[in-house]
Design a protein around this ligand. Sequence first.
Ligand code: KIV
Ligand code: ZN
Length: 515
Amino acid sequence: MNSKDNYIKIFDTTLRDGEQSPGASMSLEEKIQIAEIFDEMGVDIIEAGFPIASNGDFESVKEVSRIVKNVQVCGLSRAGQKDIDRAAEALKYAKNPRIHTFISTSPVHMQYKLQMNEQEVLDAINFSVSRARNLVEDVQWSAEDATRTDRDFLFKCVDMAISSGATTINIPDTVGYTTPDEYYEIIDSLIKNIPDSDKVIFSTHCHNDLGLAVANSLSGVRAGARQIECTMNGIGERAGNAALEEIVMSMKVRNDILDYDSGVETKLFTRASKLVSSVTSFPVQFNKAIVGKNAFAHESGIHQDGMLKNNETYEIMTPESIGLNESTLVMGKHSGRHAFKEKAKELGYVLADNQLNDAFYRFKDLADKKKEVFDDDIVALIDDEFSKGLDVIKLVSLSIYAGTEGPQFADLSLEIDGEVKQNKSEGDGPVDALFNSIRTLIPHTASLQLYQVHAVTEGTDAQAEVSVRLHESGKTVIGRGADTDTLVASARAYISALNRLMVKREKSIPEEIAN
Ligand code: KIV
Ligand code: ZN
């Protein structure tokens, strides 16, 4: 393959490496929603999961393969036969399946993690790539911890992967250790020294431990890599992965010196970023490049003055180019169903009739309580509706007694599998009382790992968006709820997490394939 061609494949791993961020678990429905946006966006490859790791990952690869229209789907596997076969099985509906198999190549990983010597690793590469290549046409091989690997050994491994049939060679900076110059040099030397390097595509996969993931990825491209692995909002293990939106926007805005193209439609960035943030409950930092709340905000008088005279004084790209449009419809309590449907469409949601009815009912309720209903309010409300799905537990009513004169208590009614149950519990504060009440009505052993409240907009009448993370025997779930009443939002979030936990309990990995 020609490394001079300037098309860069965008390989998104939000659903795999992104989901590996501690606490960022996503349900199958959420993964499908995210995959649909990436498909529409023109991403080239989606890594939809690690099929051997759990039934949830297996289903994700299988269902994403079924529903996407254009994007290629990939499943991750280690070097063993069970992993590879499971990945191929998950990919059976994919039009153009890719198996991504990896093994560690650095001395520290080989000695302590794999307890394998160099020859054993080379044999495993030969076995895994050949096995995968017998099952699918497109095989990607990764040298885990490549940037801390002895260079001569890395050459041998890449050479072995190519001769065993790999079509893409990925050079991960697994621990975010490299720098732009060093990474350039690694990719450049591989391309120059490996005899058949022109038969494969080289790929970057950079973690952000030193804040260099995007710079390193672009440096790898300058050296000849033609695929970049990245995630939306840069989520991923530890400090995350290279951020998709930063990479694509850098190539677009500085095309004069980064003369590369991708097939990605940047106008979908705002929508995709909000979806990933809301699904994972990982807030996007306000000053995050491209998709942060403040990325296009101008506060100082001098800047505002310049902007009023000409946007180019302080903006190197337009908000519209990332899908941050001036709202065309202002919503309030007089807005009707049609306007609400149009607004939802403008924000990127296509609502089925029943979803529209429920969301519209909640919107009317919100508009009665709040002076102004902002786009972010509507996004929070619709996300909340979407996350309800086929819930077994539903909130019926909640009253709270709180304040300086204790004891604080919650009086809660829930519908559980069609039957309404009521409980009154005390607690150390209103949230504690509420959660005690939920625990009494639905006894469970899951531990509460996170309780997070976030105001959707400014003002004391803002909606609160609450996230609750629960953990039970290796399974983590996140529930979210939104309401102008923080305690109602808290109840919705906890209940949503419990509903998800029930679904997860039914989907554990069978023992025979776990090891
Ligand atoms: O960071 C890494 O090395 C990975 C591999 C599995 C590609 O995510
Ligand atoms: Zn990674």
